[in-house]
Design a binder for this molecule. Structure first.
Ligand code: G3P
Length: 219
């Protein structure tokens, strides 16, 4: 399973990269705004900076919502760097754009997916990645992980190559459960990724080992 980090924060991307487990980055307009990245040139330069840190794919989302503008914006984003994946919303013009980008060999991430029907459509349109938002489904009392299971079943039934990118991941057990279900990728905040490290028995055990070593060190 690939690990992507879901942020536009360069320090956090560096930290995940340095940990040696990072396979890519996803961003969205809200995450860019959170970092204070506004205006065309700043946004473009920020995507380029992210591409320089990570070895893997970097999702950059279009703002346009009509077909011609999505194509124009997506092609410009794809030209920025070979790692750029054009992130396209699950809307009618977005689905048409996914097919176009696929025919041109431009990688895509179909975002804002909340149903298995939407995921089926994204795969039919040739999306590279599909992003079901599991945390936002949990927020409205709907089981996000069940959606990942359903999409896995549908894609395996027909051999769709679209990769399931579990998004809106909020905590470490989301990551573990996505791995059990067979998501191809998770994208998560740094806090959820580093939380996988933690177990009190590890901390207690290490403290004991070091204390026992220290006792013997003077002998
Ligand atoms: O990038 C899309 C998704 O991961 C957003 O997550 O936590 O805002 O629902 P969240």
């Amino acid at each position: 399973m690939k690990f992507f980090i879901d942020t536009a924060n360069l320090a956090q991307i560096h930290e995940a990269h340095d940990l040696g487990v990072l396979d890519g980055v996803t961003t969205n307009p809200s995450l860019m705004a959170k970092e204070g990245i506004t205006g065309h040139d700043n946004i473009v330069n920020h995507y380029k900076a992210i591409c320089e840190i990570t070895d893997g794919d970097v999702s950059a989302e279009v703002i346009a919502t009509n077909y011609n503008e999505i194509i124009k914006e997506g092609e410009a984003l794809a030209k920025l760097h070979s790692k750029i994946v054009v992130k396209v919303p699950m809307i009618k013009d977005g689905v048409k754009a996914l097919r176009y980008f696929s025919s041109k060999g431009i990688k895509t991430n179909c975002t804002l997916v909340f149903s298995s029907g939407q995921a089926l459509l994204a795969a039919k349109a040739g999306a590279t990645y599909v992003s079901p938002f599991i945390g936002r489904l949990d927020d409205v009392s709907t089981d996000g992980l069940s959606l990942i299971e359903d999409i896995r079943l549908i894609y395996d039934n027909y051999g769709f190559k679209t990769q399931i990118l579990a998004a809106s991941v909020r905590h470490p057990m989301h990551i573990v459960d996505c791995a059990k279900i067979g998501a191809d990728v998770i994208t998560a905040p740094l806090s959820a990724i580093t939380a996988l490290l933690k177990h009190p028995l590890t901390d207690n055990g290490l403290a004991q080992f070091l204390a026992d070593h220290a006792k013997g060190a003077g002998k």
